[in-house]
Write a protein that binds this ligand. Sequence first.
Ligand SMILES: [Zn+2]
Length: 292
Amino acid sequence: MINDSHCHFFSSRFLELLAPEMGGADAIAAKLQWEAPGTATELGDRWIAELDRYDVARAALIASIPGDAVSVAEAVAHHPHRLVGLFMHNPMGLDSDAVLERSLTSFQMHGICLFPAMHGYRLDDECVERVFRAAAEHRAVVFVHCGVLTVGVRKKLGLPSRFDLRLGDPLALARTALGFPQVPVIVPHFGAGFFREALMAADQCPTIHLDTSSSNSWIRFDGGQTLDGVFRGALAVVGASRLLFGTDSSFFPRGWQAGIYEEQQRIMNSLGVSVDDRAAIFGGNFDRLFPV
Ligand SMILES: [Zn+2]
């Protein structure tokens, strides 16, 4: 069984919020050479057809700009057993507490995604404590992008990305997460360059999980490191029960990134990872964090 813990839902509304001056979703999609996303329901159905094609049971879809939880909510509402909704949240944004509350209640999101380097706050700030408090109250997961951050679609559209990478520090995250032992935390891409810090944070704080998603091209900042080595290190420190398979799939027609899955299965083979541990990484841990 495969569950994908990391996919982006690039809805029409996402494109319009991202680039309001670029003539609407269809024009932006054409510029990017993407399929036009259509309505959120249509895009959700497109995702389901894609997951079926690759035998992926369930997927977490991330609303990838503040204000787009409504789109993911619409898609999830049609496929509640297959799709889980997460949303990008800016705790420094206008009315952020009300937005957070509405996303977790009216839109039934199961995960709050923080991008501190993008929105400019520290992970041990009071505003992050408030996010964890809301997550605890609504049994949500907190996803925190640490390390290097490049947003491909922003680059392609020539949008400025003045991110402060110092703010994506897993150790500051651990400081906050330790206060909320009931809230599961996901750090994507093994910490995306802060691999050592992500392992230290996860070793200190038992709620921290790492996702395996994307091409993990941050490895080039870690002289000589390989993805095999990253898996070996993560399994040794964090263990299989806190690793979540993900692809970081996003737009169509590219669709689900089967190559990421194949490479990671190859690594499992070469490391001799047991059947039970693989089942946890590729599916079981997801079901534990996001029960149907
Ligand atoms: Zn991603």
